[in-house]
Design a protein around this ligand. Sequence first.
Ligand code: NAP
Length: 350
Amino acid sequence: MSENFLLYGANGYTGELAARMAKERGLRPILAGRDPNKIEPLASELGFEHVSFALDDEAGMDAALKKVGVVLHCAGPFSRTSKPMADGCLRTRTHYLDITGEIAVFESLAARRAEAASAGVMLLPGVGFDVVPSDCLAAHLKRRLPSATHLTLAIQGMGRISHGTATTMVENINRGGVVRRDGRLTPVPAAWRTREVDFGRGPVRATTIPWGDIATAFYSTGIPNIEVYAAVPASARRMMKASRHLGPLLASAPVQRFLKGRINAQPAGPSDAERERGASLMWGEVQDDSGQTKSSRLKGPEGYTLTAMTALAIVERVLAGAAPAGFQTPSLAYGPDLILEIEGVERVDL
Ligand SMILES: NC(=O)c1ccc[n+]([C@@H]2O[C@H](COP(=O)([O-])OP(=O)(O)OC[C@H]3O[C@@H](n4cnc5c(N)ncnc54)[C@H](OP(=O)(O)O)[C@@H]3O)[C@@H](O)[C@H]2O)c1
C-alpha cells in the first residue's frame, strides 16, 4: 500500500486543521479539493503535493485515488459529497474515511457493505468527534453489559462551530429528530426529550439530537434502542422546538439563503485559543431487560482538535495495513479502546 493518503477538502476549516496536524505527525498527505487556488497555497506552505478535481470529475478523481491507499474525505455536507467519493474509492479500490456525522450518510454507506467487502475496500465514515469517542464509549458499555437492550449517550462541549458544521445543521433544520427503536430508525420531533445528565461537573439539562450514533452504535453494539442527547442552552432548545412547526419555512430557499449568509459572516471555526481551552465530555449508559445498568464517562480535547486527532490516528492505522474490508464503524474496526490512544482522553466507569 502507498504510504500516502489523500486529504480531500484540505482547504476547509477541519481539513486544514488535519493537514497542519498531519505535518506535525510526520505524515505526508496529498492535499486535494475542488479549487486549485485554495489548495495550492496551503500545499506549498506545508510542503505537500496537491491535486485538484471536482467530485463529478471521475477521471480526475480516479487518477488521484490511484496514487494513494486511503482518502480522508473532509469536504461536507456529506449528504452531497460522500457518494461520488465512495464510488471513486470502490472503482479504484481505495479505502474511504470521512468525518460525517449525518445519519443518512452512515446508512447509505452501510447499505454498500457487500460491494465494499467484495472490492476489498474499507468504508469507514465518522472518523471525527462524531462518532469516534461516542462509538468507542458505546462499544465499551456493551462490553460491560453484554445483555444491554437500551443505550443512552450524551455529549457536551461543542463550543463554537465551523461553517461546515453550521451549514450541515441548517440543511437538516426541518428534518426533526431520530432515535433507534427496536432496531429501526424512528423519527421523533426535534428536541423530543430533555433530561438531566452529569458529565462529571454536576447535572445539566440535555436534549435529544439526531447524532451519528443513532446509526452507527447499532452496527457497533447490536443494541436495538438508542437515544443521543446534547447539553444545549435553553435558547437553543426553544429554537429546536420551534423548528417542529416552522420546518417547511426554515427549509425554503430564501430562509436557507439568509441562514447561510449569517454563517458566512461568522469566523470559519473556533480559534486556536478557543480550541485549546475547550473540552468535550460524554456520558453513556446501557440497560438490560432485567433493569441492570452500567454507565461510563469520557473526557477529551475540544471537538475539532479531537476530530483531526482521531481521523489521523485512523489514517495511520490504515497506512500500517489495518483496514478490514466492508462497512465499518470506528470500534468495529479498531476496538472500544481506540479512543484511549488519543492524547488527553480519559474514560471513567461509574
Ligand atoms: N464528525 C465531526 O465531528 C465533524 C467535525 C468537523 C467537521 N465535520 C463536518 O465536515 C464538513 C466540513 O466541515 P468544515 O468545518 O471543514 O467546513 P468548511 O470550512 O465550510 O469547509 C468545507 C470544505 O468542503 C468543501 N466542499 C463543500 N462542498 C463541496 C463539493 N460539493 N465538492 C467539493 N468540495 C466541497 C469546501 O470546498 P470549497 O472551499 O472549494 O467550497 C471546503 O474545502 C462538514 O460537513 C462538517 O459538518 C464533522
